[in-house]
Structure formats: structure tokens, C-alpha cells
Design a protein around this ligand. Structure first.
Ligand SMILES: [Zn+2]
Length: 224
């Protein structure tokens, strides 16, 4: 697969059985990352948003969505039933299913992920990606909505998921950075300090130490 050319294939929805053509994520060129780790992608922001969106597949009929390839999913009868119920009752899906806003697949994947008992870290990641898409598509209010949801999942993840090493450091840092973006500068500063403690000068995460320093300075200026 060449860079920047997403592949597509027929897939079967594991919930409703609908067969459709899905576009899969491909590798793509990035020119660094923003401070919340959103990839910077050359070209128009909406093209970048589309590449990020390919990370999830959503069934056009029942709205089942997941970050994994549908073929790899083996849902139990109870899971399928639970997912159908959640998708039917979800308020945002009721309102936005027809309009298909760019963040919808991530939202649906989060709804389904809860029923599939995904870890909080993974649910947080879906919401974080949704916030990146919203920023690139200039959907301001939804960007904040997904940042807040991502923040809550990551906080729960720090309590429940037994994170270690790089994942612990990055998640703690993101709790700081999402707080900063939501205007909670004091909270952000506390979490940057926590994140710095988890890296313990590990040279493999020197990039993160630099980011923590830079964003702490920024949050202190913003808090002043
Ligand atoms: Zn379906």
C-alpha cells in the first residue's frame, strides 16, 4: 500500500449483516504533531481529517463502528443485542445520523466500545481522535465536547487500567494538555508535574519531557 492511498474492501457488519465498501486507514505522511499529539498532515485540513477518520469503520445502516477491522470482531449474541439497543437509543446518533458529521464514526465507536468493554484508555483515544477531526473541520463546540469526554476516559484509565511506562506517561500528559485546552490551567499544571514524575528521565521519552516543559510554560502564562 502506498502512502496516502487508503485501500477499500467489502466488509460485513457484525451487528446487522449489511455488506458495504469500507475505506481502511493507510499510512500517511505527517510533519510532526500538535501538542495534543494530533498529526500535522500536509495539504488541506479537511483532507487530513479524512485520513484520521479512516481509523474507524462505521456501518451505514445500523451505525455500528469500531477501530478494528470488522472481520476480526467476534461479537457474542449479548454484545450484538446490547450494541443494537445502545445505537438505537443514542441521542447524538438520532440527531446526526442523517447529516453524517465528520466526528460521527468516532462517537459511534465510543458508544459501541462501551458495550464491548473496551478499556478507558481506548475509549479516550477514540474521543481524542474525534476532537482532532473537529479541529481540522473547524467544529469548535464539538472539539471541546470530545476533549472533555477524552479527558474523563483518560482520568478513569489512570485509576483502572494499570498503565505503565510510555502509555502511563503519555496518558498523564494528555490529561494535563486536555485540561489546558479546556481552560483549566491550574489543573493542567498539576498534571504536567505528575506526567514529569512518570518519565523519570527515561531517554526514550525525552520528546515528552520537552513537550511537558513547553506546555507548562504556556499554561503558566495562560493562568497568569
Ligand atoms: Zn450494521
Amino acid at each position: 500500500m502506498s502512502v496516502g492511498e487508503p485501500s477499500s474492501a467489502y466488509v460485513v457488519c457484525p451487528v446487522c449483516g449489511h455488506v458495504f465498501r469500507a475505506t481502511y486507514a493507510s499510512t500517511y505522511v505527517t510533519v510532526g504533531r500538535e501538542a495534543d499529539l494530533c498529526p500535522k498532515i500536509p495539504g488541506r485540513p479537511s483532507d487530513g481529517a479524512r485520513l484520521i477518520r479512516n481509523a474507524v469503520t462505521m456501518c451505514p445502516v445500523c451505525s455500528f463502528a469500531a477501530g478494528e477491522a470488522f472481520d476480526d470482531l467476534d461479537l457474542t449474541f449479548d454484545e450484538r443485542y446490547g450494541i443494537e439497543e445502545r445505537l438505537k437509543e443514542d441521542g447524538l446518533l438520532k440527531v446526526f445520523r442523517k447529516g453524517q458529521p465528520p466526528w460521527l464514526g468516532f462517537h459511534a465507536a465510543e458508544v459501541c466500545g462501551k458495550e464491548r468493554s473496551l478499556k478507558s484508555r481506548e475509549l479516550g483515544d477514540l474521543c481524542l481522535r474525534a476532537s482532532w477531526v473537529c479541529r481540522k473541520e473547524k467544529e469548535r463546540p464539538f472539539e471541546s465536547t470530545f476533549q472533555l469526554r477524552s479527558l474523563r476516559h483518560f482520568m478513569r484509565s489512570l485509576q483502572e487500567d494499570d498503565l505503565i511506562g510510555r502509555e502511563l506517561s503519555v496518558t498523564t500528559y494528555l490529561v494535563g494538555e486536555l485540561n489546558r485546552r479546556l481552560g483549566n490551567y491550574r489543573e493542567a499544571l498539576n498534571w504536567y508535574v505528575n506526567a514529569g514524575r512518570t518519565t523519570e528521565g527515561d531517554p526514550r521519552v525525552a520528546w515528552l519531557d520537552r513537550l511537558i516543559d513547553r506546555q507548562s510554560k504556556l499554561a503558566r502564562e495562560q493562568a497568569a
